[in-house]
Design a protein around this ligand. Structure first.
Ligand SMILES: [Zn+2]
Length: 199
């Protein structure tokens, strides 16, 4: 993810400590008055981000959707959802994939512009997928995570006509101007692209 303010590593530690006190079950799955449960990708669970954390839009009419951007959260799955639901965080992604079982949450509609790439042009033209884990802890990149994420990416590519290759399925680290390193050297791109193509 890509929060805009302050020193990222210090902020992450402070935020993680604060969130640890909040049991995940107490976080609202849907807010009163929010849109009804909705997901662009039927297997996904709808876990909406705060409307302060993305830009409402009408893609692909407003902007073409040309890329999928792969992220690693550097947070737990539950903390990531909580961050996206916090209107002060100014960060979001369309999807979050859980490490243990590959469960997929959708947090931002694909029509809307999630704030994940740290680059407005890339945000407007992409779908962002967060993967639970840390770049230096490859055990988080489970078979289920790869397989379920690849199915999601394949469905996105099919819907928008995005080629299933490394020019169009990129890592956050490859976004121009970013200082982020995710998904990092432990992410198996050969395996992932193969799975996307055979999903
Ligand atoms: Zn990222």
């Amino acid at each position: 993810m890509d929060r805009a303010r302050s020193h990222p590593s210090r902020r992450r530690i402070l935020k993680g400590a604060a969130l640890a006190a909040v049991p995940c079950a107490l976080l609202p799955a849907t807010r009163a008055g929010a849109r009804p449960r909705f997901a662009d990708y039927p297997p996904a669970e709808w876990q909406p981000a705060s409307s302060s954390n993305y830009t409402a839009s009408s893609r692909p009419t407003s902007y073409s959707v040309d890329r999928v951007i792969v992220h690693v959260t550097q947070e737990t799955y539950a903390s990531t959802l909580a961050i996206f639901q916090n209107p002060r965080e100014k960060v979001s992604a369309h999807y979050v994939v859980r490490s243990a079982d590959g469960h997929v949450a959708q947090c931002v509609r694909e029509a809307d512009v999630a704030w994940h790439a740290g680059n407005w042009d890339y945000n407007t033209h992409s779908i962002g997928i967060e993967h639970e884990g840390w770049v230096d802890r490859p055990a988080y990149f489970t078979d289920a995570l790869y397989e379920r994420s690849a199915q999601l990416t394949a469905a996105i590519c099919d819907r928008y006509g995005i080629p299933k290759d490394r020019a169009h399925i990129i890592g956050h680290a490859e976004v121009p101007g970013t200082d982020h390193t995710d998904p990092g050297p432990n992410w198996d791109w050969v395996r992932y692209i193969r799975l996307v193509n055979f999903a």
